[in-house]
Design a protein around this ligand. Sequence first.
Ligand code: PHE
Length: 354
Amino acid sequence: MAAGDSGDAVAKVLAAFREEQARGVASRSDFERLKGRFLGREKGLVPALFAGVRDLPPSERAALGARANAAKVEIESAVAGLGEDLARREREARERAAAVDVTLPGRRAPTGGLHPVTVVRRRIERVFLRMGYSIADGPELENDRTNFEMLNFPPEHPARDTQDTFFVSKKAKSPLLLRTHTSPVQIREMSRRGAPLRIIVPGRVYRNEALDATHAAVIHQLEGLVVDRGISMADLKGTIEEFLAALFGPDTKVRFIPTFFPFVEPGADVAMTCIFCRGAGCGKCKGSGWIEIMGAGAVHPKVLENCGIDPEEFTGFAFGLGLDRIALLLFGFPDLRLLLEGDQRFLRRFAFES
Ligand code: PHE
């Protein structure tokens, strides 16, 4: 190779490099390609210049070697500069990607909601707390005495058959059972605290029922009990009217139908204006315009006596209702089993109720 050719080769490589340098590198792969093209050990243009130097006559080697060296130094430092520049741009892009954009809407964390039965219980509690009632509680594992006997269900009385009972042990002095209603808490509270008394008792109750759209073996009740001087059926009626109007709307009417519960006298099935047809008559109320919603009555004098309260001095009223059934009516869904299945597609509907 002639010296001039080799000199031109150095100039060409430098010119080619400067052109690429001016264009810059857009990406990491662009940079690697450029670096390989000029500095690559095997096929790089700069190492090739030195191979050319070896082929020259000794007299020309030094001059060309010096030029090739200068080109190598220039290209190496320029490549290093391009590399640093690229690394800085890459770091900036990473930081931009990781930055929090405070102008974006937040992502809502999935939160739980109240179960529809809990929603209903709390709404009813609020109504009665406003009326000056307090909330009482009792055990779910009861005994025959408080669940039946002291509530004036005599042994072997057919009224017991209406509450199909889960017995836990029949050996005890008074057989142990899962309470079939919240009424035994009447007995416990009257015996413990005496009169006057004004309580509500929400709680779980158990009956040996086959599960279907309107029956379950575990349901929720809410009991009310007022004992004081001069309490009458008129107080009961006014209270129930006030309560149902608060829960279902002010145009809700109430009707009492005489019925029998051993622990009240007189006893009543309370019906209210059908919430589906507002009294006109529909399929849900079998054309009557009324739906039955709870049991109620004046506390039986024997029950007061059983709890050490003088029925000559004190009278009272009591009522009891099913919270699951109220939820069904209030939220308008067709099947009690929805309350037990924990299906999020159903429960989500109540996430914002309180
Ligand atoms: N304890 C009754 C039941 O579960 C309901 C009731 C409560 C009736 C209070 C009258 C008074 O069927």
